[in-house]
Design a protein around this ligand. Structure first.
Ligand SMILES: Nc1nc2c(ncn2[C@@H]2O[C@H](COP(=O)(O)OP(=O)(O)OP(=O)(O)O)[C@@H](O)[C@H]2O)c(=O)[nH]1
Ligand SMILES: [Mg+2]
Length: 332
C-alpha cells in the first residue's frame, strides 16, 4: 500500500537527515510521528520510528548524557535555527540579556551590575510565524573581549548593536564594540550586502538598537546617536523592560533580511499558517518545493497559488515567482 507521505512529513524527514545532535533527531522524529498519515501503508515506518525514538530517549536520559552533551557543546559555536541568527553585541549592562528575555522563552541571567553574561545563550524569537534565533553574548568593552565570540559573530546573519541610553558612557560603550568589529574586519551594512560580499562571513546586516528609552532624558541620547550614526545604521530606540518598539525592531529585521513567507497546503486540507517556508524575495515555486524535498521539486507537475494579485487557486508552473504570504499547493 502506498505511504502517501505529506509535504509536512517529508520536510520533517529532511530536517531529521540534516540533524546533527540526538536532541534534534528526537525532536524531528516526534514531529514526523505527529504528521505521518496513520494507515496500513505507513505501519512499518511508524514502528521503525518508534524504535528509533525509544533508543534516542534512552541514550539522552542515560547516565552518559551529561558527559556526552558537555563534550559536544563547543562554546564558540551556536547551531543555527530558524530563518536567521541574530547576534546581540553591546557594552556591559546595556540590556542584551533583557532583550533575549523580552522576546524569547529563554531565561538568561539579568543583573544591575556588568559582566553578568559569561557564555552564549540562544533563544527563538517569533515574528508573524517566522522564527529567528537570538544569541546573547558577554559584553564587549575596551579591555574586555572573549575571543571565542569571534566565531559566533562571523557565523551570525544579523548584528544587533545595542547602546545603553542610561549610561553616561553611552558613546564610549558603542565605540568599543564598533572598534572591535573593525579589528575583526567586519563590514556592517544597513540592508544590502554588496555583491562581492554575498556569502562572505565578513559582511553583516546591522541595526543599532538604543535600549532603555523608558528613562528620563533618553531623548537627548537618542538625538546624539542619530547625529553620529544615522548614516551608517538604522537606529531603533526600544525599552526591553517596558516592551516599547520591540515589534518595530522585529519588523525591521524581517525587512532587512529580504525574505518572504510562503504557506503550504496539502490538497484537500487546510492551509498550514503556523510554519511557513521562508525564502529570499524573488524565489519561485520550484525553490519552495526544493526547500521541502528535492524529490518534490523533481516530481512537481504544477502548483496552485493563492495570494494578492492572483486568482484564487491560480495554476502556475515551477518557474512562477512567489510573493510574501502566498499559499502554495504542490501537485506531483
Ligand atoms: N530602565 C531600563 N532598564 C533596563 C532595560 N533593559 C535592561 N535594563 C536593566 O539594565 C541592567 C542590565 O541588564 P542586562 O540585561 O543584564 O544587561 P546585559 O547587557 O546583558 O549585561 P552584561 O551581561 O553584563 O553584558 C539590569 O538592571 C536591567 O534591569 C530597559 O529597557 N530599561
Ligand atoms: Mg547579559
Amino acid at each position: 500500500m502506498p505511504a502517501n507521505l505529506t509535504p509536512q512529513f517529508l520536510e520533517a524527514e529532511e530536517r531529521f537527515k540534516r540533524a546533527t545532535s540526538d536532541e534534534e533527531k528526537l525532536a524531528c522524529l516526534e514531529e514526523m510521528m505527529r504528521v505521518i498519515p496513520k494507515h496500513k501503508g505507513t505501519e512499518k515506518m511508524r514502528k521503525d520510528m518508534k524504535t528509533r525514538m525509544a533508543k534516542l530517549r534512552q541514550k539522552l536520559e542515560g547516565p552518559k548524557k551529561t558527559i556526552a552533551t558537555a563534550k559536544a557543546a563547543a562554546i564558540d559555536h551556536v547551531d543555527k535555527h530558524g530563518a536567521a541568527q541574530i547576534i546581540l553585541l553591546g557594552p556591559p549592562n546595556c540590556g542584551k540579556s533583557s532583550f533575549l528575555d523580552a522576546v524569547t522563552a529563554a531565561e538568561p541571567e539579568i543583573a544591575d551590575y556588568p559582566y553578568t553574561t559569561r557564555k552564549p545563550m540562544p533563544g527563538m524569537m517569533e515574528y508573524q510565524t517566522v522564527q529567528f534565533e537570538i544569541v546573547d553574548l558577554p559584553p564587549i568593552a575596551p579591555d574586555f573581549y572573549e575571543h571565542w565570540m569571534t566565531n559566533i559573530i562571523r557565523n551570525g546573519d544579523v548584528i544587533i548593536l545595542m547602546a545603553d541610553l542610561a549610561s553616561d558612557d553611552m558613546l564610549e560603550g558603542i565605540d568599543a564594540v564598533i572598534s572591535k568589529l573593525d579589528e575583526l574586519k567586519m563590514i556592517l551594512v544597513k540592508k544590502e550586502i554588496p555583491e562581492e560580499y554575498i556569502g562572505s562571513q565578513f559582511c553583516k546586516r546591522t541595526v543599532l538598537v538604543a535600549n532603555k528609552c523608558d528613562i528620563d532624558n533618553a531623548a537627548d541620547n537618542i538625538e546624539i546617536l542619530r547625529e553620529l550614526y544615522s548614516d551608517r545604521f538604522a537606529i531603533i530606540p526600544v525599552s526591553c523592560i517596558a516592551g516599547t518598539s520591540l515589534d518595530r525592531l522585529k519588523e525591521h529585521v524581517f525587512d532587512i533580511l529580504q525574505i518572504m513567507r510562503v504557506y503550504t497546503r496539502t490538497p484537500g486540507h487546510d492551509v498550514d499558517y503556523t510554519d511557513p517556508i521562508v525564502l529570499p524575495i524573488g524565489s519561485t515555486v520550484e525553490d519552495a518545493a526544493l526547500s521541502i524535498h528535492k524529490d518534490f521539486a523533481r516530481k512537481l507537475k504544477f502548483a496552485k497559488v493563492w495570494g494578492e494579485g492572483k486568482f484564487d487557486g491560480q495554476r502556475v508552473t515551477s518557474k512562477y515567482v512567489l510573493s510574501d504570504k502566498d499559499v502554495v499547493e504542490f501537485h506531483i
